[in-house]
Design a protein around this ligand. Structure first.
Ligand SMILES: Cc1ncc(C[n+]2csc(CCOP(=O)(O)OP(=O)(O)O)c2C)c(N)n1
Ligand SMILES: [Mg+2]
Length: 797
């Protein structure tokens, strides 16, 4: 139990952070020049409902090894706490939500104040804590970070946030993996963005968490309430509170003491001693009593958290709170975007003892001697190790990744071979790789890797088939030293676990190189989680197969059309679509290095992010292609990484260039062969990364606009010598827009072929014909944009 002085200081700090967060928002809304006139909604009331819980956590309960995902709208409270610790600046708070100011939602990458997990898209931060805990266990199980104490991975969850399905997917996955050290604190303010939530929701939550093996701690009645319940008639008051509908509780909270009195007396006034219990309190005291829910009661919170610290089981705290606690808009159902008016603010400021002009003073209005509060703050356990951004040494990457020289194979097979070679080597890189897949391990070709490196589980589990000597291709043995995390089918979980694994160096000081595999079309299922993983600057590799309509035998329902555009547009993700395995080996080698680069914010002049590093997406194929027999020269490797190389360089009078990416390589090669007699000097451009090729071009243009007149990108160099009248045909098994921009680079007339419609089934040949991305389609396009004599090999299409 905390002593009385500790409690009084916490109480003052709670008041202070509520003041500072409210002032931050008020300042941004009413005082700072704001040309677009936009007001900040959704922060004041949401922040206030967590003011007590965050105070208890940050100023008393948390240890440096603990990591927290703060509910997005509680960012002003979070920043206020960091301001009191001296980790957030007044300048950034004054500029809250402004250009380079403190962020509206806590951000690992954009904020300066030691944010553990970026939140904003509700639900994602919640699941991230569960998977971060899994990663912490993985790190420990592999014998790393031996001296580091285990932390709690904590999420502050909005009650309406619990509607997000990915939370439930994570819960199920967490149960399978025997998750520990995870606390989810539900901010049960009974309000969402639009309205008041359904009655009895807490019972569903409680049953659900218990079902998944979590402890559930309901924090409903604060210590004032508990004391009142012990008074004569107290039981009646308790029953009334427990059966009061959410809407009514919110409405009365908003209306205040007099309204509470009237309603309570109306309902209970004729029921004996409870009348006295109500009447002996002033309106103010009555309002304080009724607002004393568990989530606003420091003694209850400290007690509950300390108890939970004694074990490592996952805990759900269901903390009753009041949205807008302590503010004039407390409880009102419309308060999500509610703001204090300047008049309300002025009045409230007086009650807080803050003199005009002293609003940012850290200790203004604090009734405890400043020196004592400062002493308290500097001794807070959470800040004893400074900020907790770790790093880890880079794992050296071999000069070359090897694979068997099969004359024909698919890029997916090649990926499996490359990993298998790594798995059987004793290269230190291999020990830091962890693979993971949502129930598609075998079908995405991770089987050989898993056979050698095993599946990860905290406790060993034998493969019964193997034990019983039943022949099976796959060895499915789990152990703490395993290097594959097998997930259920939920792709959201895949991306969130990649996000957690890919932050291991920063959170736990141990480098992990995660590789996740999935079917390419299901990237959409996890796209938001992928976006947030990149936003947090997690480092991982995703390998997606099968892709496009080339998966023909799998059927139309699994085709991916837009994913190359996702790969291009996703910030922090370098995307590749190689056709041949020697290209893939170069790309993967580069990727393992790129995933470990730590260059800070991207430099706008070299927008490619080559210094900063990032994550990597490989869109691969299951189509078997004849492999080129060639030497991988350093020049070719460089071109592959820059995004393209000439498979056949166009001559000085070229009439047509065909530019292809990925699995349609044989069609492009065939078309070029068939056209050679009728069009002069044809070129064939192999594109390994539309993303990097395009990004380099954009970067060079920006550089020139800023005065670097000699800046020139790879695609400009490649197309620079191609005569102006030459036509360009681009082709991809994906959306044609992926390569359509190439016509603008040098102004070549361009026709872009690709796939625009979803779901047609057939063989690869049928579908390539159907979408016009076969050799005939390419020739027909070439004839239209590069007129000349009829191309003999063009059949009627
Ligand atoms: C994925 C996603 N959808 C919608 C939103 C918009 N949004 C922000 S907060 C919120 C609901 C807030 O309710 P709750 O989680 O109970 O938090 P409270 O405001 O009560 O503190 C919504 C719908 C969002 N941020 N993310
Ligand atoms: Mg809520």
């Amino acid at each position: 139990m905390a002593d009385a002085r500790h409690l009084s200081i916490l109480k003052e700090l709670e008041r202070k952070v509520l003041w500072l967060s409210t002032w931050t928002i008020h300042n941004a809304n009413h005082l700072r020049p704001n040309e677009d006139g936009m007001k900040i909604g959704g922060h004041q009331a949401s922040s206030a409902s967590l003011s007590t819980i965050l105070t208890a956590l940050y100023f008393s309960v948390l240890r440096p090894e603990d990591r927290v995902a703060v509910k997005p709208h509680a960012s002003p409270i979070y920043h206020a706490i960091q301001y009191l610790f001296g980790r957030q600046t007044r300048e950034k708070l004054e500029n809250f939500r402004g250009y380079k100011g403190a962020q509206s939602y806590p951000s690992r990458t954009k904020d300066i104040d030691d944010v553990d997990f970026s939140t904003g898209s509700v639900g994602l931060g919640v699941a991230q804590t569960l998977f971060a805990s899994l990663v912490q266990d993985y790190v420990k199980a592999h014998g790393w970070a031996k001296d580091a104490p285990e932390g709690r991975m904590i999420s502050l969850v909005g009650d309406a946030e619990m509607d997000e399905g990915n939370i439930f997917e994570a819960l199920l996955e967490g149960w399978k993996h025997g998750i520990r050290n995870t606390w989810w604190i539900i901010d049960y303010n009974r309000q969402s963005l639009d309205a008041v939530i359904r009655e009895g929701l807490w019972q569903r939550f409680e049953a659900l968490f218990r079902n998944f093996g979590w402890d559930v701690v309901v924090l409903k009645h604060g210590s004032l309430m508990q004391a009142a319940f012990k008074e004569p008639g107290g039981e009646k008051l308790r029953d009334w509170i427990d059966s009061c509908p959410n809407q009514l509780y919110s409405a009365l909270t908003y209306q205040g003491g007099a309204a509470w009195r009237k309603r309570l007396l109306d309902d209970l006034g004729d029921q004996g001693p409870v009348t006295r219990l109500i009447e002996k309190r002033s309106d103010e005291e009555l309002a304080e009593l009724m607002a004393n829910l568990g989530g606003h009661d420091l003694p209850s919170l400290l007690d509950a958290f300390e108890k939970a610290r004694q074990h490592d089981r996952p805990v759900c705290f269901l903390a009753y709170t009041i949205k807008g606690f302590g503010l004039p808009l407390a409880g009102h159902k419309d308060n999500h975007s509610g703001m204090l008016t300047p008049t309300q603010m002025e009045a409230w400021q007086k009650t807080q003892g803050v003199r005009p002009g002293h609003e940012w003073d850290k200790f203004e209005g604090v009734t405890i001697p400043q020196a004592e509060v400062e002493r308290f703050l500097s001794a807070v356990p959470f800040i004893q190790k400074g900020t907790r951004r770790y790093t880890a040494p880079q794992v050296p990457v071999p000069d070359k990744l090897t694979f068997p020289a099969n004359p024909a194979m698919s890029t997916q097979q090649g990926f499996g071979f490359i990993l298998n070679e790594l798995a059987r080597s004793d290269n230190p890189l291999a020990s830091r790789i962890v693979t993971t897949a949502p129930d598609v391990t075998v079908s995405t070709n991770l089987g050989a890797w898993v056979n050698r490196r095993g599946l990860y589980a905290r406790e060993s589990l034998v493969d019964t088939f193997k034990k019983e000597r039943i022949p099976s291709t796959y060895n499915w043995e789990f152990s703490p030293s395993g290097q594959h995390i097998e997930l259920g089918i939920a792709e959201m979980n895949l991306f969130i676990v990649l996000s957690a694994l890919g932050l291991s160096h920063s959170l736990f000081g141990e480098r992990i190189l995660p590789i996740g595999t999935l079917y390419d079309p299901f990237i959409y299922r996890g796209a938001d989680a992928l976006n947030y993983a990149c936003y947090q600057d997690a480092r991982f590799m995703i390998v997606a197969t099968p892709s496009g309509v080339t998966l023909a035998p799998e059927g139309g329902a699994h085709q991916s059309i837009g994913t190359p555009l996702v790969g291009m547009a996703q910030d922090g993700l370098a995307s590749f679509e190689p056709a041949f395995v020697d290209e893939l080996a170069v790309i993967m080698r580069w990727a393992f290095d790129y995933m470990q680069r730590e260059g800070g914010e991207p430099d706008e002049r070299t927008w490619l992010r080559d210094e900063t590093g990032g994550s990597v997406y490989l869109r691969l194929s299951t189509r078997t292609l004849e492999q080129p027999q060639r030497e991988m020269t350093p020049e070719l490797a460089d071109d592959i990484m820059a995004g393209a190389y000439w498979l056949r360089k166009p001559g000085p009078n070229a009439q047509v260039v065909v530019a292809y990416t990925g699995a349609v390589a044989p069609e492009a090669i065939e078309a070029v062969g068939l056209m050679a007699e009728d069009r002069r000097d044809i070129g064939l451009l192999a594109i390994t990364s539309a993303d990097r090729l395009n990004a380099g071009w954009t970067a060079a243009q920006r550089a020139r606009e800023r005065g670097l007149v000699h800046a020139r990108s790879h695609v400009e160099r490649l197309l620079g010598d191609v005569p102006p009248h030459c036509g360009l045909v681009t082709v991809i098994d994906g959306h044609p827009a992926t390569l359509a921009w190439m016509g603008s680079v040098m102004g070549h007339r361009t026709r872009s072929l690709g796939v625009e419609h979803f779901g047609q089934t057939g063989t690869v040949k049928d579908l390539y014909r159907h979408f016009g991305i076969d050799a005939q389609g390419i020739i027909a396009a070439a004839e239209m944009i590069a007129p000349g004599r009829p191309i003999r090999h063009l059949k009627a299409v």
